[in-house]
Design a protein around this ligand. Structure first.
Ligand SMILES: CC(C)(COP(=O)(O)OP(=O)(O)OC[C@H]1O[C@@H](n2cnc3c(N)ncnc32)[C@H](O)[C@@H]1OP(=O)(O)O)[C@@H](O)C(=O)NCCC(=O)NCCSC(=O)Cc1ccccc1
Length: 329
């Protein structure tokens, strides 16, 4: 039983013997794989951890629309444009779905969005990198959605019911995103000219390491992992999922005929996994502190979207009120 193991990660996890009777019943439910539902008793810290994770996840989906939104007007064909718009709309849906899951924990959506806009809330580091060429749309789908899926497939079994159910639907859509991204890159590599092939390699060179950073700091530096694993909010550690992603992505990289910007990437038959080079953690922590290449631009775009849309929301409310008055007359 995980809770009895008392992980010695960065934060200490409470042993079963030190828990209040309520906490003990709660932990036993978790250990028996019974989902926690909104009206069930839960420790404050469990609620807080989930609000933190689910809100960050929702913000990531919403901010994650921006690097791709940059390419809607420049997609090379009508088919590509429709696919890209469908993908971006899916991400908006995921964000709204996740904000709803977060509200079931008692969090206020406006307050959490305000934390994002004022730079107090985190969202995935990956979306602070620019998307510079059309191949980036393929690489985002393949690598970024690919990494998101590896993380989210296991979250389908997370202990909080509304979050786990949201993940089931979201994962189905992310699989489509991943495949359409890979297909963009395959088309460019198999039918493209030398310049287009070079664009694919350039996109991979820029997005490879940031995609690996999506899984979060290494386990030794992940303050939340031990407790989140004990509560089964997280089902695998950051490093386990990063390794899983690399192992499944390298064969796809080889099919593309491209390489990763990592001279240390090689199959280790003894471990049964790929070895890989050192991640630049300074860069990761700098990006999550707000100093990535696009952090300021992303937040400004979100703030402007809210202020520019004020008149639409007011008009919608006025229209709804008018309809209500007519119906009552
Ligand atoms: C694994 C982790 C991300 C982090 O583990 P935890 O146990 O929570 O934390 P840990 O102790 O390991 O870290 C210490 C601190 O570092 C923060 N931090 C860590 N990593 C990152 C990071 N990469 N970026 C920024 N911050 C990060 C972390 O919050 C914590 O900060 P705090 O203590 O709050 O100040 C977890 O929250 C999770 O699974 N979330 C759900 C999945 C999710 O959110 N997916 C989003 C992508 S969805 C997507 O891409 C779909 C899409 C595709 C294409 C286009 C558009 C959309």
């Amino acid at each position: 039983m995980y809770a009895q193991m008392v992980e010695t990660g960065v934060k200490q996890v409470k042993a079963l013997d030190d828990m209040s009777p309520e906490e003990r019943v709660f932990q036993e439910k978790i250990d028996a794989e019974i989902k926690i539902e909104p009206k069930n008793w839960m420790p404050d810290a469990y609620r807080k951890t989930l609000i933190r994770q689910v809100s960050q996840h929702a913000h990531s989906e919403i901010v994650g629309m921006l690097p791709e939104g940059n390419w809607v007007t420049r997609a090379p064909t009508l088919k590509r444009k429709l696919q890209l718009m469908a993908k971006i709309q899916d991400e908006a849906g995921h964000g709204l779905y996740l904000y709803s899951a977060m509200e079931t924990l008692g969090a206020d959506r406006d307050e959490e969005v305000e934390k994002l806009h004022s730079g107090r809330a985190k969202y995935s580091s990956i979306f602070n990198y620019p998307t510079l060429n059309w191949a980036d749309m393929g690489a985002v789908g393949w690598l970024v959605d690919g990494a998101a899926i590896v993380n989210q497939v296991v979250l389908q079994r997370t202990s909080y019911g509304p979050y786990s159910r949201a993940m089931i639907r979201i994962c189905k859509e992310e699989s489509f995103h991943q495949r359409q991204g890979y297909e963009i890159l395959l088309t460019m590599m198999r039918q493209g000219n030398d310049a287009q092939k070079a664009m694919v390699q350039d996109a991979i060179n820029r997005l490879w390491w940031p995609a690996l950073m999506m899984f979060g700091p290494s386990d030794a530096d992940s303050p939340n992992s031990a407790q989140s694993m004990a509560w089964k909010i997280k089902r695998h550690t950051n490093d386990e999922l990063r390794q899983r992603f690399i192992d499944q992505t390298v064969p796809q990289l080889e099919i593309l005929g491209c390489s990763a910007p990592d001279p240390d990437l090689k199959w280790n038959a003894e471990r049964g996994h790929y070895d890989f080079g050192e991640i630049q953690w300074d860069e990761f922590f700098d990006v999550i502190k707000g100093n990535g290449p696009c952090n300021r631009e992303r937040l400004e775009t979100r703030r402007n979207a809210i202020s520019d849309g004020t008149w639409v929301r007011r008009a919608a409310v006025a229209h709804a009120n008018k309809k209500k008055q007519r119906a009552a007359a």
